[in-house]
Unconditional design. Sequence first.
Lengths: 113, 113, 113, 482, 482, 482
Amino acid sequence: MKLIIAIIQPEKLTDVKQALAEANVGKMTVSSVIGCGAQGGYTESYRGAEEEISLIDKVRFEIAVNDEFVKPTLDAIIKSARSGKIGDGKIFVVPLEECIRVRTGENGTVAIG
Amino acid sequence: MKLIIAIIQPEKLTDVKQALAEANVGKMTVSSVIGCGAQGGYTESYRGAEEEISLIDKVRFEIAVNDEFVKPTLDAIIKSARSGKIGDGKIFVVPLEECIRVRTGENGTVAIG
Amino acid sequence: MKLIIAIIQPEKLTDVKQALAEANVGKMTVSSVIGCGAQGGYTESYRGAEEEISLIDKVRFEIAVNDEFVKPTLDAIIKSARSGKIGDGKIFVVPLEECIRVRTGENGTVAIG
Amino acid sequence: MITKRRIISFKDLYKMFFPALLLIGAVTNISAADAPVAFAEQTALDELKVSMAVGIDTVWVLLAAFLVFFMNLGFAMVESGLCRAKNTVNILSKNFIVFAISSISFYIIGWGLMFGNGNSFFGIEGLFFATGADNSPAIGEAYKGDYSAISWTGIPLMAKFFFQLVFAGTAATIVSGAVAERVKFHSFIIFSFILVAFLYPITGHWIWGGGWLQTLGMWDFAGSTVVHSVGGWSALAGVIVLGSRLGKYRSDGSVNPIFGHNMSLVTLGGIVLWFGWFGFNPGSTMAVGDGSAIAHIAVSTNTAAAMAILSSTITSWLIQKKPDLSMIINGALAGLVAITAPCAFVSIGSSAVIGFIAGILVVLAVLFFDKLKLDDPVGALSVHLVNGVFGTLAVGLFAQDKITGAATGSGLFYGGGFKLLINQTIGVLAVGAFTFIAAFAIWHVIKLVFGLKVSREEEIQGLDIGEHGMKAYPDFQGFITK
Amino acid sequence: MITKRRIISFKDLYKMFFPALLLIGAVTNISAADAPVAFAEQTALDELKVSMAVGIDTVWVLLAAFLVFFMNLGFAMVESGLCRAKNTVNILSKNFIVFAISSISFYIIGWGLMFGNGNSFFGIEGLFFATGADNSPAIGEAYKGDYSAISWTGIPLMAKFFFQLVFAGTAATIVSGAVAERVKFHSFIIFSFILVAFLYPITGHWIWGGGWLQTLGMWDFAGSTVVHSVGGWSALAGVIVLGSRLGKYRSDGSVNPIFGHNMSLVTLGGIVLWFGWFGFNPGSTMAVGDGSAIAHIAVSTNTAAAMAILSSTITSWLIQKKPDLSMIINGALAGLVAITAPCAFVSIGSSAVIGFIAGILVVLAVLFFDKLKLDDPVGALSVHLVNGVFGTLAVGLFAQDKITGAATGSGLFYGGGFKLLINQTIGVLAVGAFTFIAAFAIWHVIKLVFGLKVSREEEIQGLDIGEHGMKAYPDFQGFITK
Amino acid sequence: MITKRRIISFKDLYKMFFPALLLIGAVTNISAADAPVAFAEQTALDELKVSMAVGIDTVWVLLAAFLVFFMNLGFAMVESGLCRAKNTVNILSKNFIVFAISSISFYIIGWGLMFGNGNSFFGIEGLFFATGADNSPAIGEAYKGDYSAISWTGIPLMAKFFFQLVFAGTAATIVSGAVAERVKFHSFIIFSFILVAFLYPITGHWIWGGGWLQTLGMWDFAGSTVVHSVGGWSALAGVIVLGSRLGKYRSDGSVNPIFGHNMSLVTLGGIVLWFGWFGFNPGSTMAVGDGSAIAHIAVSTNTAAAMAILSSTITSWLIQKKPDLSMIINGALAGLVAITAPCAFVSIGSSAVIGFIAGILVVLAVLFFDKLKLDDPVGALSVHLVNGVFGTLAVGLFAQDKITGAATGSGLFYGGGFKLLINQTIGVLAVGAFTFIAAFAIWHVIKLVFGLKVSREEEIQGLDIGEHGMKAYPDFQGFITK
Ligand SMILES: Nc1ncnc2c1ncn2[C@@H]1O[C@H](COP(=O)(O)OP(=O)(O)O)[C@@H](O)[C@H]1O
Ligand SMILES: Nc1ncnc2c1ncn2[C@@H]1O[C@H](COP(=O)(O)OP(=O)(O)O)[C@@H](O)[C@H]1O
Ligand SMILES: Nc1ncnc2c1ncn2[C@@H]1O[C@H](COP(=O)(O)OP(=O)(O)O)[C@@H](O)[C@H]1O
């Protein structure tokens, strides 16, 4: 089992969700983050003082999947989140040792979906 | 050492915190997320247009624990977060290679608590 | 490759970002969390009712780095986030199996930076 | 109401005399003094005097009414600000629609029940749609029509109606806050309609419409009882029938604070209400006269509010260890509610004392109602019920006969003995008993027929999604990427 | 405007007579009845009468003007609340600066074009800076100056100017909401200047400035057409030229809801607008007289708003399954816009019917414009255009001759036949055609010269950062650690 | 103040004459023309005239006072909106309670010090609780009482008191914003009490209470100096003694922007203040007369605000590259402050120029104070101090003798030479020196006795938790799951 963490552009949220659904990945946890990378930021100006904002709004996906789902999930995300512009984001894959469904207490691969 | 990630229903936050305390797990990081899974969403309607909201508010726990604490922590969460209804959430366990306490620079198992 | 997760005091955000830049770590994802640990909370009082707030605002860094960058990154964070007071925070290091740049599809160590 | 007829009879004498004169052609006390030759000019002068006064008085009453209307904003902001974000759309909707409901129900029958000529208990003539016979702005003897009880003011019928309408609307908005965050939208609408169509006008008739309390000599200048405590009693009944919000009281019986979501809105609302009160109290003269009464009332009203802010700040500081803004704002409103009945009958000094007491009362009342597990998210009971009662009784304590013209007789502290205080107490008890029992029954019927409380799930998710399918702050609740 | 001159001529007769008399020294109908000896006193009496009236009327008109000015807050809050947080600074800036623009452009030339003596189409005399010859407060025959069309009210020139200015400002703010979340800041400013300097005054001259529609006998008491539909037509042209917001319409053609970010502000704005309307409509008498007209108008205005709230709630409940607060508030405004033209010409009962219809119309119109893919974030078209037109036609249907004094003749439903309805229709069509075409051309020119829509990237990031370099709620958008 | 006595003496002549006449039984200039037989009617006429005027004037002054009171909302919203969410409850609390403090302190002694008969420096008679001898509404010669300096207006004492009270309150609210986000709650309360009880009334006495500046011939119609610069000087002293907010200035000396948390509230507040200014300036006539003065003032006030918005927008656009809404709103207020002194003494054209300059000044001043590391979160110094001074001097430059009746003599640009300008300058310097030094001393004493600034930890966590134990927006700050 793997835990897939993907950082994408906010406006891609629905597309990615869509694409994941088509890849039969229907369960995920999403959060609002700010990120900094190659993408240039912008300047905010207030009452004559300026500030360079380099942390830009992004959306973070956290998806636990069984090994056979890793590839399709990654492909779905890449396909749907890519605009080709700097700032498209990253995907990280972390080993997942255990997964438990709170409702039933089931664990392991059956608990993921 | 393990990093335990738990996604639960917002209204269970205090109960889970309570249960963890009783299990002598007093340190944690919590964040606000939205999640999608088996639980059905709801429809928002605005000025005649409708939208299906499938990403529902959840609370995310991130708890680093030493191995002997994994079981009690999981049990505490399951016990306290379970309502038996769809949407109760998931727990993920990820291997934790290192843990450092910023204040002191201590690391490893001593730094966790 | 490692995924470094750091929880710090909000007011240290700019310092840490600064220090990371100096350590040539320019890419990161940041989020707003609340945490509970040794640091004491405070009491909120409203219309005669009181509540003990033990979950305090923190900032969470998530940084994917290649192995040779782990040490400098940790040092940079510790150095810049430390105030010596309880509540300074924690750093967690998790194994990172894969990293993909959405824009290009590149993966592995090249995709991190 | 007698209150005001007296004010007039002492302050705007001419008003009582000349119209009569103009109609029955008698000789006025003034022109009597002059040579007959001057008579023609004299009457011309009188005519002018009256016609001018009608214009000025109408402008004053309408502008005051606009200010009172504006209090709807104050209530909407205070009440939504003191509740949670997830219930904001619902509270705003209730407060926005409730004045529309009031406008219609008061127009259909409320006005007639309250001011129509009738028996000691309710109006009978000109009952529907304010369309009874009426020769306003004729006043006093000269008035011929179905609404004699309010014929002491020389303004057009529609001006009288509109001014009274905005008062009726206020009573209904009071209830909205107390039952917030759990009441079903349509059930609240139904109750509001009944309140303004029947409950409010009936007790209003007793005190302002020529009913038995007015005859008895119970004085309520601008409505501590007629408006505020009536709203308060109805709210109390609602809170009891409805029960408290989920999680308000911990298993150990202690109170779990449910924080209001927006103190900026609460403060905004508080200042708007204070502003509107300058229409509510001074406007209740419904005549300008020589201006001294309205000026006095403006100052007594403001002084009471100011003192109540100080005393509620101190009380909250002492009890809660830190000054609680929500308590301070409740304090200001408490002072305003308390001075509403006595504002024209007491000295500025007395208004300061009344305000000071009100500010302490409201803080203690909030804690008290929570002890009783009566869950009132916005403090409506502490502000409008407790201080509506206190303000009405305060007349019996602090009144100074004719201080602005009204022959109230003096209160206990000014050598008037217990007479006035007893009348006030009778009024408080009678109105309280009637309104509470009737409201209690109505809430129950509504509960049986339509249901009253939303489901546990809806309460957790919030009434905004449940009742309206939308959020108040979509960009800040959860997050949106549009 | 004739409307009002008639009101005066029937209700404040003396106003038309005495000043003339005072100047030409003739004998008045009243003093004529008296013995010559009484003459001196009589004139003194007349002088007093007039001088008093000037004071009262000026106070009334200025206070009403302040209320109308305050509507700027209402528009700013409703419009920003119905848009997204990321565009809030931009919308607020537009609404805040637009009244400044209007103040200047109306002062420079707008007032002159609208009220200056001229031909049937626009004013010519005293064109610039409201500095034409003028002997206000003299009225009727006695008036000598460049602004005869508005000489029916006996107040100082600056009072007339200020009251008309706040109306002009309203027309411009209407446009702001419809083009929100995508229009370039400076392009909007330019359009607003032109609108208030030329478009608004020209059609205004037709109806209120002695132009051809006024002569024809088209009646618009407080501006359903002059103010609201003119704003609406300009907005419609803007929406068409500008195109819709990114992502408003899904590929499948369905509508993607773009939620307003702050329902508390929307409600606040709605109540403020309702409050301001009590200056807008009753104030348009521009004279107090015996107060009966302004009282009637206050009640008809409020009744229409109340009924519109109920009907829009019901309609929205039926169509959307749950009552949508944004629709209910649009409903209230729809009722107010619809009653603006007829408020002084119809009975309270009729105003209830007009309001009820307006509330239904506005909900259907919102759905309708979305079907046409005309993207109007705040419903400005449905409120101001659709109901501005409806309200103007309603005069032709519900008018009752002289109900508050104005000799409108009766409408279709009151035995007046089609005459009035036809005049109203001509007015609606003429003003609509002229304003829409002119506005359409102007928007196009601005588009070519300065550009109209911000870039896709800026629209995604939000106009606040793009146009102003700042956020409206930095502590809640993303997060800040200062 | 002389200002106003003159206005009256030129515009409402009868007011100065008849009451005297009524009391000393002399023959008026008018009745003199008539046959003695007409005398009786004449006096009756005069009586009526006066009694009517008292009513109208009282209504006008009270309604204007209500508008000025409402400015408290404007200040509360502008100031809290320009600060951070974590300090909102504290700022709202300060602004809400400060008017209560003012009401009490001005009632206890402020009024007496300011308007009581006394020497050139402060009032002595009728010092406490506004309870001195007084036979208002008698005016001029006819007035017998302790408050002669304000006997030029014929309204009841309580109306005079209330109008002056709301002005005093304004001065105190100005300070609140400048010291925001770091001052201890109770220390601020103490300062406010002293300011309104002593500082404000003393300089007020100099200019409006019959003091030496009034005698000298220094003119401040509605309070650019008396109210705004006094508030500004007190704020400046506070800012210096208090020091800047944590992290406002970077180690490299550059300014670290600390964003205001809610631009919607700031805009709301800005419009409310503009609205309230229509009571502040036109209301300061404290009499209606023939309405021409109040109409002129309404337009000059509005024109200055509009021009200031344009010039501040342009300036901010040029300097900051993008138009900064917070600067534009400061601009509007700057224009209003600047026109406060001259509004009744200058032409509409001049008011446009004054406003335009004010809008530029305020933007430059904001940048300037930041250069000096004087940390003023809301721009109170730039708006009220800088433009209060500028507006007062503008009288010396743009005044046109008797333009609305007041014999100010003409300013430098209208052939009056330097005389008036010198008087104005003396006034500015004297009031500035006295207020700044006194305020500086008081702030220091408070600092020593009670402490002034909250701890570093509290400043980081926010004063809402530190001083009040609650958050302003609990559902949006961090997150709540209730
Ligand atoms: N090494 C990293 N660790 C954590 N987050 C990263 C890392 N690299 C990129 N990100 C996230 O991905 C986002 C996009 O990265 P960026 O470098 O701007 O674009 P691109 O990936 O196309 O080069 C960043 O804003 C950040 O949130
Ligand atoms: N595979 C997964 N990856 C990430 N988050 C998940 C996953 N499965 C469930 N979740 C989180 O758990 C929440 C509850 O899951 P859901 O399927 O709705 O209920 P249940 O776990 O009882 O079946 C989801 O909203 C989501 O946030
Ligand atoms: N075991 C843990 N798991 C997850 N988060 C932790 C853990 N320990 C500490 N944290 C995070 O670090 C923050 C600071 O920890 P705390 O114990 O208060 O200070 P210190 O680390 O200096 O002892 C906490 O608020 C919490 O967010």
